[in-house]
Write a new protein. Structure first.
Lengths: 435, 447
């Protein structure tokens, strides 16, 4: 399967780029990534000299599952802490040696046009494929008026993007922060300023844990901590939603999006693509398992495409978007009921506990006097919590009631007609037929 | 090592020092912190969890496992001890595969139950290894209770009574406390003198005095005790064993497996204990398994268990059977010993095969016979009660008790192996001792 990807005209052998982050900090790492098979990199954010410094204590905090599986991570690392010229020189040789891979350079300089004007020609000189403007980093740099401090103000996004576009020939991706109220505003601003694409999400402002002995947030530097940027599998749902919102917004639909946020497996990547991302960027998964996961990502995605008879990445992009809608348009006449497969049930009773204590009292704890769990159709609102807590896959499923069947909970006959909240009699502003 | 596995007869020192120490080290060592956390995560925290009702002491297992998963092993231990003050020993010796772990829904789901026993050991070790005793005794209420026997039933009863404010005096026939925990458990299940340490830890509650070398019927009587104490609890266990008689034209005697196991627990130097080159153990319960496995571990060349019925009828669990066979023990089923004789200086045990008659269900000796070499023969066909029965109403040769563990005699309660209720397990004895204490308390305060 050909996974060839083209994003803003930038070609790469697959749609998996490494995000701007520690894995792309220097030539050595990037060469290893390309040897492993990664399609492209966004080089770790460059800034102006003198180069910034990092803390000399821990930079990362983590949330683990019980088997030490890294579920989420946060960091307080800043942009590159190496002199600008060293990075530029390395970018140039790497791009020359790997002409078929995407090399995009992430930038963050103060909000003054002169600063951007000074750095852009230097980056162009590396013959990198494009730029990514880091308006997303929520820690450290934001205190200095950069990163998410820009990304949280749509006017600044537009202004800076315009400066950049008017001073370079290179394609420009604007990287957005999720630490906002409505992602559509910063996205619109980026495109208004001339951005060729947006990428999201950057990390989520976070404190991952508090040390209950020292009462310091983690990671702790000499007894003090600060908020960091949260990433990894835990943030994927947030990222998927924000990507989809931009893909659906009439003002930004059909614009290019690079999807970022907790991509760990090929499946995650396919989901981002389906919600409108043209490619994906990966960081935490690589930082957890090393670059070797690219083989799983590419083989998994191409195998799935083969099974689905999808011939190119572009066919996946946005495939799920028509099915993303507002709550008010969901079909209220669609009725389902939970059902428990008694052969698969191991009788743990988790469904009963959750339904009885926290939901709708729609599951019995005995069947004919014996320990056993069964759905009471008269009470079941099909909330799905029993499925969420059941440890056995497919033991509890939702059955769609056929039109004409009686919903035992409401006593109503299931209709085959679509009807949503906008026309519901309980809706004070429902659209009534003209009298 | 003066002898080897192949040295004929019954001799000591068959193995090297290292072999002995390896063989009798902790068979199922405790979990590390990490192992415990990973295993704890497997628990589903079931509603009305089946493991709880499968435990004779009804420990809130999902709760203590959740406490382990949140790194609160001391609280987990407390959850266990609240129900079972001998939770430390039970974690080592309970046949969990037929109790909590058999009931675990993950056993039904995937045949791999949560390792509840080992998690329990992790939790209880955390507190016992620091020598923390988490209970404080109520103010002394001036009442005195006599407890006969310091085994699991007597100890559990004494501890609960002491907590409730009673002064307890235990009468123990042996020089050490602990009962079968001290004398009756395979050495590799209770290493580092754990049984004795557990007794010391339990007695930290205070208010419990143990009188050693005091045997019921010899040094004192129930009637005497009834005069000086407000109530009596009997947890004296079973003192006698069932014997087997086999025709023999030799001087070879059949030894008691119970004594062999007790001897092993009390010696420090395993090389001093003689063991046969060819050992035969007769029986199908845990005593038979423990005797056979430990014979093998002492360096016997061939160890054979002879059981008269089939594997499914053995009271030793499948896990214990597998443990025995994995150590090299051979289990011969459907066979009974008939005679012993000596050929060319070697003892031979002759056996007949058996079969269960379909109609009557009775065991029938068949004509087919065989023989095996048997330098040493242990008998492990059950223990029995030996006295007192004229005082108490009895059932199946044991003291009859009601649901509150009360005997037919006024102010006398009983529990453990000497009573007619429940299986002969440490955990059952603990439950009965505990419940009897509560019943005694209820009876006294209602007077």
């Amino acid at each position: 399967m050909n996974l060839q990807s083209e994003f803003l005209g930038i070609k790469s052998p697959n749609p998996f780029w490494l995000a701007s982050a520690p894995p792309t900090d220097k030539e050595y790492n990037v060469r290893r990534a390309f040897e492993a098979g990664w399609g492209g990199v966004v080089w770790k954010t460059l800034g102006l000299d003198p180069n910034i410094v990092n803390v000399n204590g821990p930079r990362y905090g983590a949330v683990w599952g019980p088997d030490r599986r890294l579920l989420g991570m946060n960091n307080i690392e800043l942009i590159t802490d190496r002199p600008l010229q060293i990075n530029l020189d390395e970018i140039k040789v790497v791009k020359k040696d790997y002409p078929d891979r995407a090399v995009v350079v992430s930038l963050m300089v103060p909000c003054e046009e002169e600063c951007w004007k000074s750095i852009l020609p230097k980056v162009e000189e590396t013959e990198a494929d494009g730029l990514e403007l880091n308006f997303g980093c929520p820690h450290g740099m934001s205190e200095r008026g950069m990163g998410s401090a820009v990304g949280q103000v749509p006017d600044y996004i537009e202004m800076v993007t315009r400066w950049v576009k008017s001073n370079t020939r290179m394609p420009v991706i604007v990287k957005l922060t999720p630490n906002i109220t409505d992602i559509r505003y910063p996205a619109r601003a980026a495109f208004k300023g001339g951005a060729d694409a947006v990428s999201l999400i950057n990390t989520v402002a976070s404190i991952v844990s508090v040390n209950l002995d020292t009462f310091s947030p983690e990671p702790s530097i000499n007894g003090k901590g600060t908020h960091g940027g949260y990433c990894g599998p835990a943030v994927k749902p947030i990222a998927l939603n924000l990507v989809s919102q931009i893909a659906r917004d009439p003002e930004t639909q059909n614009k290019d999006i690079s999807g970022i946020g907790g991509v760990t497996t090929w499946r995650d990547a396919a989901e981002f693509l389906a919600l409108g991302a043209g490619n994906v960027q990966v960081c935490t998964a690589a930082m957890t398992y090393g670059f070797g996961i690219i083989s799983e990502l590419t083989s998994g995605l191409s195998n799935w495409m083969k099974k689905k008879e999808i011939n190119s990445i572009s066919e996946i992009v946005g495939k799920a978007i028509p099915n993303v809608t507002e709550w008010q348009y969901l079909n209220l006449n669609h009725v389902t009921k939970a059902q428990i497969d008694q052969d698969l049930c191991i009788k743990c009773g988790r469904c009963y506990a959750v339904c009885e204590d926290t939901s709708h009292q729609a599951i019995t704890k005995t069947i004919n006097g014996e320990r056993g769990f069964e759905v009471i159709d008269e009470e079941c609102v099909a909330c799905n919590m029993c499925i969420n807590v059941c440890p056995v896959e497919n033991c509890i499923t939702m059955r769609d009631l056929e039109p004409g069947e009686i919903d035992k909970r409401t006593g109503q006959t299931v209709s085959d007609k679509y009807a949503n909240w906008t026309t519901h009699p309980n809706n004070p502003s429902s659209i009534k037929a003209a009298e | 090592m003066s002898n080897t596995k192949l040295s004929p007869g019954i001799v000591s020192s068959r193995l090297s020092k290292e072999e002995y120490s390896n063989n009798f080290s902790d068979a199922y060592p405790g979990f590390t912190d990490y192992e415990a956390k990973v295993e704890a995560d497997r628990c589903y925290f079931c509603y009305d969890a089946p493991c709880i009702s499968a435990c004779p002491t009804e420990i809130n297992i999902p709760l203590f496992i959740r406490q382990i998963s949140t790194e609160m092993e001391e609280e987990a231990a407390k959850t266990i001890f609240d129900q079972n003050i001998l939770g430390g020993m039970c974690a080592r010796v309970c046949p969990t595969e037929t109790l909590c772990e058999e009931a675990c829904v993950r056993e039904a789901a995937e045949g791999k139950p949560v390792k509840i026993g080992r998690l329990q050991r992790y939790a209880t070790d955390s507190i016992m290894s620091q020598n923390i005793h988490p209970y404080i005794r109520n103010d002394n209420n001036g009442k005195k209770i006599a407890v006969i026997g310091s085994g699991p039933a007597g100890l559990a009863c004494s501890h609960r009574l002491s907590m409730l404010g009673y002064d307890v005096e235990i009468f123990e026939s042996k020089s050490k406390a602990g009962g079968l925990n001290e004398y009756g458990i395979a050495t590799y299940k209770s290493v580092d003198n754990f049984a004795a340490k557990e007794v010391d830890w339990l007695l930290k509650i205070g208010g419990i005095k143990i009188n050693h070398n005091k045997t019921l019927g010899v040094d004192f009587s129930i009637d005497e005790l009834r005069k000086s104490y407000d109530a009596i609890f009997i947890g004296c266990g079973l003192q006698d064993t069932n014997k087997i008689s086999i025709d023999s034209d030799t001087d070879q005697s059949i030894e008691d497996a119970v004594d062999f196991i007790a001897d092993l627990r009390q010696i420090n130097d395993f090389s001093s204990l003689p063991i046969g080159r060819n050992v035969v153990v007769i029986g199908g319960g845990m005593t038979a398994i423990d005797a056979a496995v430990q014979s093998q571990l002492l360096g016997a060349e061939k160890v054979t268990i002879i059981y008269r019925r089939n594997l499914e009828n053995m009271s030793a669990s499948k896990k214990e059977q597998n443990n025995a066979t994995s150590k090299g023990v051979k289990i011969i089923t459907n066979a009974i010993p008939t005679s012993i004789n000596k050929q060319n200086g070697v003892h031979k045990l002759s056996l007949s095969y058996t079969e269960v008659e379909k109609q009557s269900g009775k065991l029938k000796e068949l004509d087919q016979k065989f023989s095996i070499e048997a330098d040493q023969i242990f008998c492990a066909i059950g223990q029995k009660f030996n006295n007192l029965l004229d005082v108490f109403k009895s059932n199946k040769g044991k003291i009859m008790i009601d649901e509150s563990c009360k005997t037919s005699v006024e102010n006398v309660w009983a529990g453990g192996d000497c009573v007619d209720q429940g299986e002969d397990l440490t955990v059952t004895a603990v439950a009965q001792g505990r419940d009897a204490a509560e019943a005694i308390h209820k009876s006294i305060i209602s007077k």
